[in-house]
Design a protein around this ligand. Structure first.
Ligand code: SF4
Length: 320
């Protein structure tokens, strides 16, 4: 097969490290900023410092990104991690070419604070460049408490830019989280990181996404996540029903057969025609989320705020 584009670059990548759970390779990149395809998302550019994600969440919709590299085994996404080549000066040029009003979302198809970040510090390098600018709109999404390592940098960015850090927390039950997000940090560690960032003045919130029907969808479950979020300084809270792309289904459905066999047929029926669950269920979850938001006086999404140094009072950033 003749490989082109990102598949060719992946085939040429240099091996950096191989361990029992994952291998890391250096991926040459033409640009770090990727124009968002629009659609359901509310940001203009994305930055994904890595390709693949070792956290290996069973429902992960980003697995398709490895298919572009002709890596099609279901677990390739979580075992073959690519570290993007990074040049601060090239990144500065890329930033100079886009509008200050463009929303840059970090971590839309990989976790920027997955285990690779401890070693390669790529996310930190990106934040260092961003911290030297002002007046931008930036958001970052993670499941990792490693983000608190960069609290100083994030606080500096938040003083001169509109910044929001989104934590994904699907359940406060450590045992369930271990099952569905096998290598992601425990929910209580994420909450602790949220408190650390909030304490430094970094606007942050929590998304209980995805809500997995009949698994983590009870009012009590959402209540517990929102309660912990609120007590740790979260400003906003959201929840959304599982979006099951075919690439995610190839991992998630066998997982269900094994761990929740009584639910497998219901899921297959529910997601037979679309990656979006049809019927009243999504509205039911939105209503539950709204009820817990009211309970804890949380916003639905990141809302406007004025950076401390008054970079631009008009800036408004809408949540994912
Ligand atoms: S943390 Fe995000 S990108 Fe990583 S495996 Fe989980 S859902 Fe996918």
């Amino acid at each position: 097969m003749i490989l082109a584009g990102i598949a060719r670059l992946a085939s040429l990548s240099t091996s950096l490290l191989s361990k029992s759970s994952a291998s890391y390779s250096l991926l040459p990149t033409r640009s770090l900023l990727n124009r968002s395809s629009g659609g359901l998302v509310h940001f203009d550019y994305t930055i994904n410092p890595y390709r693949g994600c070792e956290f290996g969440c069973k429902y992960c919709y980003a697995r398709y990104t490895h298919e572009f590299m002709e890596l099609r085994q279901p677990l390739d996404f979580e075992t073959r991690i690519f570290v993007k080549q990074f040049s601060p000066s090239s990144f500065r040029h890329e930033l100079a070419a886009i509008s200050l009003r463009d929303h840059i979302a970090i971590g839309t198809a990989t976790d920027p604070y997955q285990p690779a970040e401890r070693r390669y510090r790529l996310t930190r390098s990106i934040l260092e460049v961003l911290s030297s600018g002002r007046g931008r709109r930036i958001s970052l999404t993670t499941k990792s408490d490693l983000v608190s390592r960069d609290a100083d940098l994030l606080a500096r960015i938040a003083r001169s830019n509109v910044l929001h850090v989104n934590f994904t927390i699907t359940t406060m039950e450590a045992r369930l989280a271990r099952l569905i997000e096998p290598r992601a940090p425990r929910p209580d560690l994420r909450i602790r990181a949220l408190a650390a960032l909030s304490g430094r003045g970094v606007p942050a919130g929590v998304f209980a996404c995805p809500v997995l029907p009949w698994i983590n969808d009870s009012y009590e479950s959402l209540y517990e996540v929102a309660r912990a979020a609120s007590q740790s300084g979260a400003k906003y809270f959201g929840a959304g029903t599982l979006f099951l792309k075919p690439c995610a289904g190839r991992v998630f459905l066998p997982f269900l057969e094994q761990e929740f066999p009584h639910l497998a047929a219901r899921y297959k029926r529910g997601y037979a025609r679309s990656p979006f669950l049809q019927g009243d269920y999504p509205k039911l979850i939105e209503d539950r989320a709204e009820a817990v938001r009211k309970q804890f006086r949380l916003e639905k999404r990141a809302s406007a705020y004025q950076p401390e140094d008054g970079a631009d009072p008009q800036l408004t950033l809408f949540g994912p």
